[in-house]
Structures are given as C-alpha cells and as structure tokens.
Design a protein around this ligand. Structure first.
Ligand code: OXD
Length: 309
C-alpha cells in the first residue's frame, strides 16, 4: 500500500524526508515516479492538473497539502467516493493570525507612509489610528478567521464577522448571508477576506463590495486571488475611496512582471506566504489519516465536497 506525493509545482523533498522520519515502513513515492498506479491508495496533493486522479483506480483519499481545497474541488474529474481532506494545524493558524495582525497594525500605524517617508528622508510624525476606532470585519469565520478575530480583539480592535451560512459564533457579532453583506461592509474599517474559494465566493471582492465599504477602508486578502476582482480594487484605490490593500494571493501566481499591482503605491504585496504548511508539523496528521483510511475509517479534517470546504 502506497502513498503518493503529487506536488507538480513544488519540490517534494522536505515532505519525503518528513514521511521517512515518521513512518519509514510506509511506501511513499513522489510524482512523477508513481510506479504501478494500482498501488496508490492515498495521495497528498497540491496544484495537480485537472484529470490527474483518474489514473489511480484504487485511490481512497486525497489529502490537500494546505488548508485550501479549491485546487482539488475545481477539478471536474475529481473521482467520486474518494475522501478529500485538508490540513488544520496550530502552526498554520498561528502564522495566519500573525500575518493578519501585522498588516492591520501596519495600517493603523501608517507604516506604508513611513516607509515612503524614509525613502525620501522626511521626518513627518503621523498620529496612529486608535484600535478602538477601527472595526475589523472578517469574511469567513472558520478555524483561521476565528483565531485571528480573537487575537485582534485582545489587541483592542472591535471585530465583526460575515459568513455565508448561519452558525453561532461566540463573542463575535456575525452577519449572515448576502442580505446582511451591505450592513456588515458599512461597519468595516478594515476588511479581511479569509473565505474558502467556492463558486459562491468567487469575485466577492468587487466594485460593489468596495462601494459599500466606508471611505478610507483597508482591504486584506489572504484567501484566494479569485475572490478579488483586481481591476475593481485598483479603481477603488485610484478614485481615493479605499486607503490601501494588502494582498497575499492573486488571480495569477506568481504575479506577472509588469502587473500594475506591483507598483501601486497603496498596495502591499506578499508572495502567497501568509501561512505556509510545514511538512514536519502536518505529516503526523497525514500519516494518521492514511492509517485510518486503510482501516476503513473516516479521516480527520474531511472536506464536504458539496459545500466546497
Ligand atoms: C493553503 C495555502 O491553502 O497556503 O494552505 O494557500
């Protein structure tokens, strides 16, 4: 019985080492050296091309190497009846909260302007925005969104949330569904997108969303590039409606050379590093899921394929 690492856009060496250290007895192969496809029961996958999984007739489980699963569920040939799992891990949650807090604070402390002043050698004090005046709105209150929400509240930021479907979220004022979106947006001085990417959330950060945000709001996208209509964001920044944006994810990654976002003075860009999966941290949960699936049990962190996350 064999586990395959299928990560065509990424070198699997660190993953192979982590499996070798933890489960030396397991037959772990790395694409493209798959051997006999009928051996493969479990695939750890990242950004595989459409139709990839059809080659493996005895596949029982596909484990996303990250927290997101849109790269798998977007495959029209994803085999039916195969478990799909995602990774949930304290290190992923911690990194994401750190990223979000860093960029909310960079906004409230005018860091981008000070960076520019430094280049121009200008001594120009700017009064920080008070945390208590900056309502942070988080779209998507899953594991990652909730952790960031609680940590921001500890720093004194009022936090509100928006979800597509109802679920009680203790201690956070939560707006639910499309009808509540305008009221939610009207309150947000900082808007953070932490939604899963599904057909229902694709393109949600568009001109209408930006129009509904208060003037001088700040936008952070750490979810997926396809949530954001980049041209609508640039238009809202250029007409002075939004104060700025911090983007970790893009319609096309890597962000192409010459893309106007690279040079936009109000945009901070990071190369999809808000939260990275560390093989050593998550291989234990994958190895456990492998054992569970081979024993006929349901794996942990199972994705609801219909719901899309
Ligand atoms: C993820 C990511 O889904 O890094 O984990 O984007």
């Amino acid at each position: 019985m064999t586990l395959l690492l299928a990560t065509p856009t990424m070198n699997p060496a660190a993953w192979l080492r982590a499996f070798e250290r933890l489960t030396p007895e397991l037959d772990v192969r790395a694409w493209p050296d798959c051997g006999d496809p009928t051996d493969i029961r479990f695939i750890v996958a990242w950004e595989t091309p459409p139709g990839f999984f059809s080659e493996f007739p005895r596949l029982a489980c596909i484990a996303s190497l990250g927290a997101g699963v849109d790269h798998l569920l977007g495959d029209p040939d994803l085999p039916r009846g195969v478990f799909v799992t995602r990774v949930i891990d304290p290190s992923i949650t911690q990194q994401m909260s750190e990223y979000v807090i860093l960029h909310v604070l960079r906004f409230s402390r005018h860091s981008q302007s000070f960076d520019q002043d430094t280049v121009e050698e200008i001594w120009r004090p700017r009064i920080p925005l008070q945390a208590s005046d900056l309502t942070v709105g988080i779209m998507g209150l899953g594991q990652l969104g909730l952790d960031a929400a609680h940590k921001l509240m500890q720093l004194g930021f009022p936090v509100i949330g928006w979800r597509r479907t109802h679920k009680d979220v203790a201690g956070i004022t939560t707006y639910v569904g499309a009808e509540a979106l305008p009221d939610f947006l009207a309150e947000c001085r900082v808007l953070i997108c932490m939604l899963p990417l599904t057909p229902a959330t694709q393109g949600l950060l568009d001109a209408e969303t930006f129009r509904l945000l208060p003037r001088d709001a700040y936008v952070i996208n750490v979810a997926r590039g396809a949530h954001l209509v980049e041209s609508d964001l640039m238009a809202a920044l250029d007409r002075g409606h939004l104060a700025g944006a911090c983007l970790d994810v893009f319609e096309t990654e890597p962000l192409p050379a010459g893309h106007p976002l690279w040079h936009h003075p109000k945009v901070t860009i990071t190369p999809h590093i808000a939260s990275l999966t560390n093989p050593t941290d998550v291989v234990p949960q994958m190895a456990e899921n492998y054992q569970r699936v081979m024993a006929g049990e349901r794996p942990h962190h199972l994705v609801d394929i219909e719901r899309g996350y």
